[in-house]
Design a protein around this ligand. Structure first.
Ligand code: ZN
Length: 153
């Protein structure tokens, strides 16, 4: 199978069967992000346990790339320390902004490598980054709320 075809298949699998879809209770923060250039929307909930991503769920509307990228993102951050998720985001962002010149690191990005081809279409890069921007926003809010709250000491 050609790499492009394999990548296409990975994206379609996530689109048809999105991971961690459906908004879970309880949660720390909910955000709603839109990508007006394509009409994509994501409603995303995050819960943290200390600095670990304990929960991330979403309801996504829009194109296959945005929905699949959000599904892949949940796999990459769930159960990981927030800092590790942010590092993974930076790797994904680097891939997306590389216009096809960046070799994806499958050890870090897992199914995220399937979006390598999307990097050649600047209009679609926003689709692939929508779920990630929602996660980063929700996580930053959850971290801020936890440091404002009662000390664990
Ligand atoms: Zn889109």
């Amino acid at each position: 199978m050609q790499l492009d075809a394999l990548y296409q298949e990975i994206i379609l699998d996530h689109y048809r069967n999105p991971h961690h879809a459906g908004l879970a209770e309880p949660y720390d923060v909910e955000v709603h992000h839109v990508n007006p250039s394509c009409g994509d929307e994501v409603r995303l909930r995050v819960s943290l346990d200390g600095d670990v991503v304990a929960g991330v769920t979403h309801e996504s509307l829009g194109c296959s790339i945005s929905q699949a990228a959000t599904s892949v993102m949940t796999d990459l951050v769930l159960g990981k320390p927030v800092a590790e998720g942010m590092t993974t985001y930076e790797k994904f962002l680097e891939l997306m902004q590389g216009r096809g010149s960046v070799e994806p690191d499958e050890d870090v990005l897992e199914d995220g490598v399937a979006f390598a081809g999307v990097a050649q279409f600047p209009a679609r890069v926003k689709c692939a980054l929508l779920g990630w921007s929602a996660w980063r926003d929700a996580t930053a809010q959850a971290l801020a709320a936890s440091t404002d709250g009662v000390s664990n000491a």
